[in-house]
Design a protein around this ligand. Structure first.
Ligand code: MD6
Ligand code: FE
Length: 210
């Protein structure tokens, strides 16, 4: 009975449409999956439309991958670095994403893209909306691995009061419904050390892109 297990943590409602599932993911299970993805499509720094280097390093798995370059943001079915399709989404990753979405009330999540972000200490992600996907009724499932970070959520406006959420290894956030288009970001990471991931934080965001 999961509810009576000391390993099971209850979901936490952060805002309507935003649920935190504390320690829902296992780094030990996911690390080999990420290593196999990064062997095919290496983690790399992308550029913005203006030609600036994005501090967060990225890669993707799944049918589609999110890319940014001087042409802008979009999803592609081919990795521009390798010229071949993005590696398929490992089953343990898609299972985790579907189970997390279901726990948060999204029972028909069908992820076809997983953006993989890697942060070193000192790196942040500015306030942004995720709106390059076709269907905003599908949530985004976000998995945090490695060193801690402070996530912040605004509303439909880029300015104003933010809600902070401290994320640690294994935490999963499901972002959907009224929160799906809320601005959000990651504060500058403080140096830290994780036994599995070393000095880095990894974040996986599962999406239905198309
Ligand atoms: C991060 N996360 O946690 C960045 N986007 O490193 C995101 O940008 C994000 O956590 C959409 C939905 C959930 C997220
Ligand atoms: Fe985002």
């Amino acid at each position: 009975m999961a509810e009576s297990s000391p390993l099971f943590k209850d979901p936490i409602a952060i805002l309507p449409g935003m649920t935190l599932l504390p320690q829902f993911a296992s780094s030990a299970l996911l690390k080999p999956c990420l290593e196999s993805v990064c062997t095919v499509s290496p983690i790399r720094q992308m550029k913005t439309r203006r030609g600036q280097t994005i501090q967060v390093s990225m890669t993707n798995c799944g049918q589609y991958g999110w890319v940014s370059d001087t042409k802008g943001y979009r999803y592609t079915d081919t990795d521009p670095l390798t010229g071949v399709p993005w590696p398929s989404m490992p089953q343990p990753l898609s299972d985790l994403a579907v189970q997390a979405a279901s726990q948060a009330g999204f029972s028909d999540f069908e992820p076809d893209a997983c953006l993989i972000n890697r942060y070193a200490p000192g790196v942040q992600m500015g306030a942004h909306q995720d709106r390059d996907e076709q269907d905003f009724t599908q949530p985004i499932v976000s998995v945090s691995l490695g060193i801690p970070a402070r996530f912040f959520v605004l509303g439909l406006e880029k300015r104003g009061t933010s809600t902070p959420v401290d994320l640690t290894d294994g935490d999963v956030v499901v972002f959907g419904g009224p929160a799906r288009l809320y601005y959000h970001g990651i504060r500058k990471l403080k140096p830290n050390e994780d036994p599995i991931w070393g000095a880095f934080r990894w974040n996986l965001t599962f999406r239905k892109a198309m």
